[in-house]
Structure formats: structure tokens, C-alpha cells
Design a protein around this ligand. Structure first.
Ligand code: BDR
Ligand code: CA
Length: 306
């Protein structure tokens, strides 16, 4: 059983990842931390609470940073995920509230409490993780792993020709994380662009699990439409679910051990580069994936939801 905290900016594929984690018997979901990205942080917190309530998971949500470490505030990606983050699904106010502790403080205390066991899975910009590293020098040795959805070594970008969105939204935070010596696994576009879900797949999920699967199916309509507007007609990428699956099934991914740095200015800002000369510890970058097996787990686990 993997003890997991997901750091998230929900977001359509974040919702898929969180429902997947709620359904997976091999995951103990210890909480969520919120971050800006697909939506603003305050909305991300509401969405995180709402997803846990929908899934019937009793776990805390800690609110994260409202902006990047050094970059100016930016506009959320409403054209990809919808105004509220869940496609065309309207806003609903959750019953529960976020805990008092900040995301960074919560991550540090949970890593200490579950030393050597806690896996943190950031599926948004890395600001909270960088703040946790700066807050507690022992955080990087207390966590078992940090499995990040982000980056792209050979696949090009998705928000600019060079950058993947999560890294682009806070490149300085990504630099802090990649330089920290923490046990990092990077699940980036090199693999997530190979794991696709079609509208038929979402219909099958909705059929098997009418309530929560139905909610994902409804959100996916907006998300798949965005993919079509950028010329991708064979489905949407399972970016965030892939990172959660890599937490429990690393054997489905081929990893390259390499130090990574991030371009923090200029036209290539947000670009992730494998650079053996950079003088920092290697991280594990996923460069290959058993796509059908990952998709099979995704579909199979979501089908067990109500
Ligand atoms: C990442 O960016 C966000 O839009 C998605 O939720 C995912 O975390 C993909 O680049
Ligand atoms: Ca995300």
C-alpha cells in the first residue's frame, strides 16, 4: 500500500488522477494540497475538496501558494479545463474547508510522520514542493519519492513549443526541486503523450461507474474538444493519472537516470534539459511506457467506482 499525497491544480486530468487514487486499493490517500495552474489556488482548493467529497474520501486538503516563486502571476488555462476547472460542469461549493496548515507545512509534517514511506505526487506547478524543501531541510530525505507530472526531454512542449505547462508555470520552483537531491521521478510528455483516452473510453467508464465515471465523462467532453482544436483527434493524454500510476507501478515505465535543469528565462523558459555537466544529482526521467497496461489500470480501477 502506497501512502500518497497529491499536490494538484484540478483540472480535468487532475480529477481523473484523484478519482483513480480514490479507487486504487494499492493507494492510501493521505491528503491533497492545492496549487494554482489550471485554475487559481482558491478554486483549486474548492475543487480538491469537492472531488474528495464526491469520492467519499475523508482526507485533509491543505491550501498552497497563490503564485510562482519569482514569475509574475499568470492567467489560468480556462480554454483547456473550463472556467471552474471541470469543463462545463458548474461550480459547487464543497461542505468541508481546507485545514489551517499551509500546503508546504502539511507536506513537511506528513513526510516527517511517515518518514521513508510518504510518496508525494505533484500534478501541477512545483511551487509547494519547492517551499517544503526550503521550509524543512529534512523533507528531501523524509519523503520516499516525489513523482512529478511535468517536463519533456525529447517531446517538445505543450504550452510553448519548448515547455510543458506545469514546469512553465513555475520554472524556478522546478529548479529548486531538481537541484535538491530529493528522490524525484519525472513523468513528462515523453510518456504521457503515448497514453491516450478517447470519448468512447470515457463513455465506457461512465457506463461502468455512472456517478463518478459519469462526472469524468462530462468533464472530458470539454477537454477532448480542446485537444481537437489543436489538431489532436485520437484522444486526450492521461497526464496526471500517469503520474499517480507511476507511484504504484514503476515497472510499467522505462526510466533514464540523469540530472535535469530548467531554463528560467528567455524564449525557451520552462524547457527541461538533461545535462550531465550541471553538477547536481540525477533524477529518474520516464522515457518509455507500457501504454496499454497503464490505460488498462486506469479504466479498470475507475470502473470499480460507484
Ligand atoms: C499538465 O498541465 C495541466 O494542464 C494538466 O493538468 C497536467 O498536470 C500537463 O502538461
Ligand atoms: Ca494538473
Amino acid at each position: 500500500m502506497v501512502k500518497l499525497i497529491i499536490d494538484t491544480d484540478p483540472g480535468v486530468d487532475d480529477a481523473m488522477a484523484i478519482f483513480y487514487a480514490a479507487a486504487a486499493p494499492e493507494i492510501e490517500l493521505l491528503g491533497l494540497t492545492s496549487i494554482f495552474g489550471n485554475v487559481r489556488t482558491e478554486q483549486a482548493t474548492r475543487n480538491a475538496l469537492r472531488l474528495l467529497e464526491a469520492a467519499g474520501v475523508d482526507a485533509p486538503v491543505a491550501e498552497g501558494a497563490t503564485g510562482p516563486l519569482q514569475m509574475p502571476p499568470f492567467t489560468p488555462s480556462a480554454h483547456v479545463h473550463g472556467a471552474e476547472g471541470f469543463g462545463d460542469i458548474p461550480a459547487v461549493t464543497p461542505v468541508a474547508k481546507a485545514i489551517e496548515e499551509s500546503a508546504a507545512a502539511f507536506l513537511c509534517h506528513m513526510a516527517r510522520e511517515h518518514k521513508g514511506e510518504l510518496v508525494v505526487c505533484p500534478i501541477g506547478p512545483l511551487t509547494n514542493i519547492a517551499l517544503a524543501i526550503q521550509l524543512d531541510p529534512e523533507f528531501v530525505t523524509n519523503v520516499a519519492r516525489i513523482v512529478i507530472m511535468g517536463g519533456s526531454l525529447e517531446e517538445g512542449g505543450n504550452i510553448t513549443p519548448h515547455a510543458e505547462a506545469n514546469i512553465y508555470h513555475d520554472p524556478h520552483a522546478a529548479e529548486v526541486v531538481f537541484a535538491s537531491g530529493a528522490p524525484v521521478v519525472l513523468v513528462g510528455l515523453d510518456v504521457t503523450h503515448r497514453i491516450l483516452c478517447t470519448s468512447d473510453d470515457f463513455s465506457a467508464i461512465a457506463k461502468a461507474a455512472p456517478e463518478l465515471g459519469g462526472m469524468l465523462q462530462e468533464m472530458s467532453v470539454f477537454y477532448l474538444h480542446f485537444y481537437e482544436t489543436v489538431g489532436k483527434f485520437d484522444g486526450c493524454s492521461l497526464h496526471d493519472p500517469a503520474a499517480v500510476i507511476a507511484c504504484t507501478h514503476p515497472e510499467l515505465f522505462e526510466m533514464r537516470d540523469v540530472p535535469v535543469r530548467v531554463v528560467c528565462e528567455g524564449e525557451e523558459i520552462g524547457l527541461t534539459i538533461a545535462d550531465r555537466a550541471v553538477g547536481r544529482p540525477a533524477i529518474q526521467v520516464c522515457m518509455g511506457v507500457q501504454s496499454e497496461a497503464v490505460k488498462g489500470l486506469f479504466m479498470g480501477h475507475l470502473a470499480t467506482l460507484s
